[in-house]
Ligand binder design. Sequence first.
Ligand code: MLT
Length: 392
Amino acid sequence: MKLNQNYFNVNDSYLFSDIAKKVAAYQAANPQKKVLRLGIGDVTLPLAPAVVAALHSAADEMGRRESFRGYGPEQGYPFLKEAVRGYYDERGIRLDGGEIFISDGAKSDLGNILDIFGQDNVVLIPDPVYPVYVDTNVMAGRKVTYMNATEENGFLPMPDYSVDADIIYLCSPNNPTGAAYSLQQLKEWVDYANAKGAVILYDAAYECFVSEDGLARSIFAVEGAKACAIEFCSFSKMAGFTGTRCGWTVVPEQLAGGKANRMWLRRQTTKFNGVPYIVQRAAEAVFTPDGRRQIAGNINYYMNNARIIARALEELGIWFAGGKNSPYIWLKCPGGMGSWQFFDYLLENAQVVGTPGAGFGRNGEGFFRLTAFGSEEVTREAADRIKRLLLK
Ligand code: MLT
């Protein structure tokens, strides 16, 4: 047998596994120290009561012969697709049920979608970026072209017609920088993609954190997007499903004359058996009036954490972005420190864990990401420790 040689072109381990290993080693050597984790963007609030009630009742259904379910439709049960369709409908975006595919989360679909695209596509990815976009393409042997996301362009690169691209990744609000495209800016991307015959793989996993008018929550709010975009979204950050696993992907009928939609259906029915029934019922409950109210409370809670971190950085005079329409705060490492240097400095001197910007790409060097997904107590303590350390 021959191994896939492309795997030798990605880093030995995934960014967040690397960090977890480093933190575990530090904790093992310093068992008495309390480490505060604001690194990986993992939620800490429990599932909303409406979601838990739906899980219980679906579990009961599964325990009765007359309501037990085996394999479900690979692309999701109609009740959940209908709820997702309604979510878009509220924002004036009309989707057909057949365009919505329920999955176990945006990360899997963002990697798996590459199955339907040819090997020789030119891939355009912002730098810095969520590492999954780059790694999945490198694993598949595709060449990646980067576009610079920098302080100068507000970490929101815009299309450059002198660059040719076939597959373009956009994430807004962005992981890791927290920057969010306006609808007008996205329109420029849609026009570019349509002009080049390219597809935009649009990661909307953080859309629920957008609070400012005029910022995009779905690429399909932009005219022309259905001809050139696939959107990935998730219940992970929106409703605390990081461990429960559910998301959705929209592959419009208009894209490649319906071929992309049919190919994705073919791919999913072949390689995926769908999300568990009980999880889909739980996800459906997110869209009920109680569910909506409860998750709005959770989102506010996290955004309050973002404000706590932002205030501390303001007091320290540290440059940062994000935190307003995003649960991530993207800050410039103080004193000209490198990203990993600052990671070690914070871990060793304040026992606070963040994510080094360099882990997201070359342009992330010198930056650092903190997440607002911790508990309020941990966030306050981390902000205090950072202030005490850096005010010295
Ligand atoms: C992150 O910290 O960037 C996220 O947790 C990654 C993810 O959602 O997979």
